[in-house]
Structures are given as structure tokens and as C-alpha cells.
Design a protein around this ligand. Structure first.
Ligand SMILES: *Cc1c(COP(=O)(O)O)cnc(C)c1O
Ligand SMILES: [Zn+2]
Length: 422
């Protein structure tokens, strides 16, 4: 299959005007650049927003493209060949609130409802658009699994080629699911940080000259996709912001951008200004941001990941310092939990709310419980926790035996025996 993807001549990046260095403030033009030519700091998309109203957003498509005026994408992006993720449900979690001792309202922003069952479809959608505008014909990434799945699917939908590079020790299910889209799925003998370094080296090489790496040379655009989680929470709460939010942290982009999205909503007058608190969640087996937070460091020291929460296993998080900034500025905290607690978290969410979350969801629920016990989260406040992926992606983490509570002959007495515990 081959499709010609149209590049948009006017305003290919919407209201985005340039890239800006988050470290030194230097400007760069909109392109496939991700680090500052002056200080090597990370580049971020800058905008000149016009007026954006609630009505305008509400009359948009039922997907993240309703926020197109706030993203680096063409205005007519919704009509193009992409998976249009987003507008996942905001689930009111009264049972889980009770189990956790939360007396305020608790919500689960359930991003397992995206096309490839994780929040990564959002960031890929925005990066893919940028890649097309910049003339790349292949969509690529370094991934801990979910991003690979999202890239392979998005490329298939657009008729693009895909090349995803992942650590070879990834969960089998994630690799098999990604392979279904018939792109290149390349296992690398090393951890995610090795994969990421390799992708950096591939930029500018002949073999990969036509590849847009969503989280490397397209990273400024990619990261903007995460803002839509924050936008949706605000819109779904009836155009207002919650008291506190708990977000799983891998590279730290999602956490950083939810906070950025809310600041933009305030700045545009779409929601009333109010204080909110941002909390981060990590696994103890990969807790560089949590460690920096508890030790009061500005520098995030890299770690070697060893946890079942593989989707969060980034030992050297690119946005770690910015996530720390957002947490400190909003009077939040970052916590981490053991793999045993992660599994308890997955089970608690499933048992209380009928939501089967990925290991990352288990991390978030378990860290929420821990931060409540430590008095860092306010149990009386309105709280949103983000479930970023679907439990079927990490089935092995919670699999026990063959899963049956019993295997019996097909008769009533046998059922009664099991139920009544004879
Ligand atoms: C990538 C990912 C995250 C964290 O994203 P960052 O922006 O890298 O911090 C959280 N949950 C899941 C399921 C993911 O795949
Ligand atoms: Zn700079």
C-alpha cells in the first residue's frame, strides 16, 4: 500500500511559531530539531495563540483534534489519515476512593481507551503530523513498548513505513501486538537507554535519513500531544481544574505537559485560575525522579531500571528536571512503590472500578495510596489519577496459574461446591 501524504502549505504547524530552548531560551525555527544549538538544552514548541473559546473546542471533533488550535498541527488535521485518539473517559471512582480513604471526589482519567490502548497514541498523532509536514516518509521511535505499538499502528493507518526499536527483553505480548501492523520491529540487546542512545546516533545517518523518530528528532511535537490529557480532564470536569492529579512518570513529559496544558487553559481564560498540585508516580525499580525529589536534588541521577513496570522503565528521563520543577512549583510530590505494591495497585483498581490497568496504572494507584498514608496527598481534595494503559498489555504481571478459581464437571452440585466452599 502506498499513499501520498499531503503536506499543508499554509500554517503546517498551526499556531506554533518557533522552537524555544527550555534551558537558555534561544529560538530555533520549526524543524526536526530537538536540542539547542547553543547549549544542547531540550527544545519546546512556542505559540502565538489567538482567541480560543470553549464553544470552538466543543464544536470540534470528538478526539484530541478538538484542541488542534493549541497544538503544532494544521487546522484541518482531523480530516487526514490518522487514528484521531483522545477523548477517553473520565471515570468517577467512588469505590476506589472509599478503599483509599479519600473523602473528596476521585476520578480516573482512563487512557486505556485510546486506539492502541495507551496514552502514547496522543503523542504519536502530533509527532506524525509534524513528520509529514517535515517530509519524513517513515515513522520511527525508541520505545519501552507502548510507543512502538502506537507508532506501528499510526504508520499503518497513514500508509507510511515504520521502524520501531525496543529492548529485546520486552513483554512478548507487546512485541507480538506491534508486529501485527507489519512494520519493522527491531529488538535491541540492551535496555531502553541503550535503545534511545542508538536512535540518537541514527539521526543524520544514511540508512535512516528519511525517518522521523517521534521521540527523538520530532520530540518537541511529540511532547505537546501529552497536553491533551490535561485539556480533556479540565473540559470533562466542566471547564475547571481539580485540586490534585497523580501521573505516572517515565521520561516525565506527560507530567510536565499536563501542568503546561492547565497553565495554557488559564492563560486563555478557558478555566478559572486556581492552585493545583501535581504528583508523580514511579516504580522503586526505576525511581530517578522520585529519588531526586525526596533528596531535594535538581539533578536527576540516572539509574539502571529493574521493575515489572517496563513502560515506565526510563533510567535517564529526558524531562526529569522539568517534571521536578512542576511538582515543586505546585507543592506536589513524587513517590515510588515496589513491584509487589504495583500488582496490588492493579488488583485494587480492577476490583474497585472494573478497570484493568497496565503496570503503569498499578504504579499510579499504589503511589496514590502511599502518598495518602504519608500525608502528602490531601484525602479531602478532588483528585484525578491517570491510568495510562490497558492491563491486557501486561497480563503476565498479574497472571496467577491458569486464572480459573476452579475447574469442575458440568453439573449444578459442582458449581454449588465451589461457590459455597464445600
Ligand atoms: C510512556 C508511558 C508513560 C509515561 O510517559 P512519559 O511522558 O515518558 O513520562 C506512562 N504510562 C504509559 C503506559 C506509557 O506508555
Ligand atoms: Zn539553549
Amino acid at each position: 500500500m502506498s499513499v501520498t501524504l499531503e503536506r499543508i502549505e499554509t500554517a503546517p504547524f498551526g499556531a506554533a511559531t518557533h522552537l524555544v530552548c527550555r534551558a537558555c531560551g534561544a529560538h530555533a525555527k520549526l524543524g526536526a530539531d530537538y536540542s539547542c544549538w547553543e547549549c544542547f538544552g531540550p527544545l519546546e514548541v512556542a505559540y502565538e495563540f489567538g482567541t480560543v473559546t470553549r464553544e470552538q473546542i466543543q464544536s470540534g471533533p470528538f478526539s484530541l483534534w478538538r484542541y488542534a488550535p493549541l497544538l503544532p498541527v494544521p487546522a484541518n488535521i482531523a480530516e487526514s489519515r490518522n487514528l484521531a485518539p483522545g477523548m477517553t473517559r473520565l471515570h468517577r471512582a467512588d469505590n476506589l476512593a472509599k478503599a483509599l480513604g479519600i473523602t473528596g471526589t476521585l476520578w480516573v482519567k482512563d487512557d486505556s481507551g485510546n486506539p492502541t490502548h495507551s496514552f502514547k497514541d496522543r503523542v504519536v498523532a502530533v509527532a506524525q503530523s509534524a513528520g509529514i509536514q517535515l517530509g519524513f516518509n517513515t515513522l520511527a521511535c525508541a520505545s519501552t513498548g507502548n510507543l512502538a505499538h502506537a507508532v506501528a499502528a499510526a504508520a499503518a493507518r497513514a500508509g507510511q513505513k515504520s521502524v520501531v526499536l525496543v529492548p529485546s527483553n520486552l513483554e512478548q505480548h507487546k512485541i507480538q501486538a506491534t508486529a501485527a501492523y507489519n512494520g519493522h520491529v527491531i529488538g535491541i540487546e540492551g535496555n531502553y537507554d541503550d535503545v534511545n542512545r542508538l536512535c540518537g546516533e541514527l539521526i543524520g545517518e544514511e540508512v535512516s535519513s528519511n525517518w522521523g523518530f517521534v521521540n527523538v528528532n520530532l520530540r518537541p511535537y511529540y511532547a505537546e500531544g501529552s497536553k491533551t490529557v490535561g485539556y480533556e480532564i479540565a473540559e470533562q470536569l466542566g471547564w475547571r481544574l481539580p485540586d490534585q492529579v497523580v501521573i505516572p512518570v517515565a521520561s516525565g513529559a506527560l507530567l510536565t505537559k499536563v501542568d503546561k496544558g492547565w497553565r495554557e487553559f488559564v492563560q486563555l481564560g478557558l478555566v478559572e485560575d486556581r492552585p493545583w498540585r501535581v504528583f508523580g508516580a514511579q516504580a522503586t525499580g526505576c525511581n530517578p525522579v522520585s529519588t531526586a525529589w525526596s533528596q531535594g536534588n535538581d539533578v536527576v541521577r540516572p539509574v539502571k531500571p529493574d521493575t515489572i513496570a517496563k513502560s515506565l522503565a526510563i533510567g535517564n528521563p529526558a524531562d526529569g528536571p522539568y517534571a521536578l520543577d512542576a511538582v515543586r512549583r505546585t507543592n506536589g510530590a513524587v513517590g515510588d512503590v515496589t513491584d509487589a505494591e504495583v500488582i496490588e495497585g492493579i488488583r485494587l483498581l480492577a476490583e474497585c472500578e472494573g478497570i484493568f490497568g497496565e503496570t503503569s496504572g498499578g504504579v499510579t494507584v499504589a503511589v496514590t495510596r502511599k502518598l495518602l498514608a504519608e500525608g502528602l496527598l490531601d484525602p479531602t481534595a478532588e483528585t484525578v489519577i491517570v491510568n495510562t494503559g490497558e492491563g491486557l498489555k501486561t497480563l503476565d504481571a498479574v497472571a496467577t496459574g491458569n486464572g480459573f478459581s476452579a475447574t469442575i464437571s458440568p453439573n449444578v452440585e459442582s458449581v454449588a461446591k465451589v461457590i459455597e466452599g464445600a
